[in-house]
Design a protein around this ligand. Sequence first.
Ligand SMILES: NC(=O)c1ccc[n+]([C@@H]2O[C@H](COP(=O)([O-])OP(=O)(O)OC[C@H]3O[C@@H](n4cnc5c(N)ncnc54)[C@H](OP(=O)(O)O)[C@@H]3O)[C@@H](O)[C@H]2O)c1
Length: 239
Amino acid sequence: MNIDFTGKVVLVAGGTGGLGRAVTLAFLEHGAQVAVTWRHEAEFTSLSSAAGDAASRLAGFNVDVTDARATAALVEQILARFGRLDVLVNTVGGYAGGIPLWQLEPETLERMLGLNLLATYALARAVAPVLIARKSGSIVNVAAKAAWDHAAGASAYAASKAASLALIDSLAADLLGTGVRVNSILPSIIDTAANRSAMPNADFSKWPKPEDIAKVVLFLASDEARVIHGASVPVFGNG
Ligand SMILES: NC(=O)c1ccc[n+]([C@@H]2O[C@H](COP(=O)([O-])OP(=O)(O)OC[C@H]3O[C@@H](n4cnc5c(N)ncnc54)[C@H](OP(=O)(O)O)[C@@H]3O)[C@@H](O)[C@H]2O)c1
């Protein structure tokens, strides 16, 4: 197995987040130049310092990727800076749960649709033409187990993740024959600092680590996964 992204440019949307940070560091470790989006500068500063010497191959952009125009401009900036773009990984997303539908505020549904669906759309819309022109490249979208498993209290989250999965499935059909691949991964609970503080009594050992999920992302993004297109890959672990 040869996973080497030397000379490749990767956009990790949400690259400062719980999963995105591990994905970004893994791409840097495998030689890529990585552009990340950030919303809080301190998180980008922290990511840069974790990257060490590889921070010279890391660039950060303060962009709201639920805004399709701003996201298109981001891709132009990445092309201007790096001259190419090979991979998109979308780790932007949000969660709202414990709310029966009849108590769900419209703003919460709109926030879930923004973070989990509009961001997927805006990023894929901006990046796909660049990859199609190169006749190569890969998109990995982070959905969630909730896209399949529609639990009580999670209607907005489940619906928005299911919609993002459908959007990516349809994009996979659009991309047939172009040389560009797209796949989704479906995490359940990830072992992030935010989840540890939200569920302090849980057994953390059962939760997949961001670094282990990052390995799946790198594989799907790499040429080693050239026969995988249009897949939805569960990354729940076996705990
Ligand atoms: N954590 C889990 O247990 C779990 C389970 C299943 C699925 N997932 C999915 O996995 C993905 C990553 O989850 P995570 O736990 O790593 O989430 P996270 O820690 O909240 O990270 C999300 C990242 O996206 C950024 N972001 C938020 N809104 C944005 C916007 N409008 N434009 C640009 N960037 C924005 C955040 O920046 P700021 O932090 O600066 O706002 C953060 O860097 C998400 O799609 C999530 O739904 C997570």
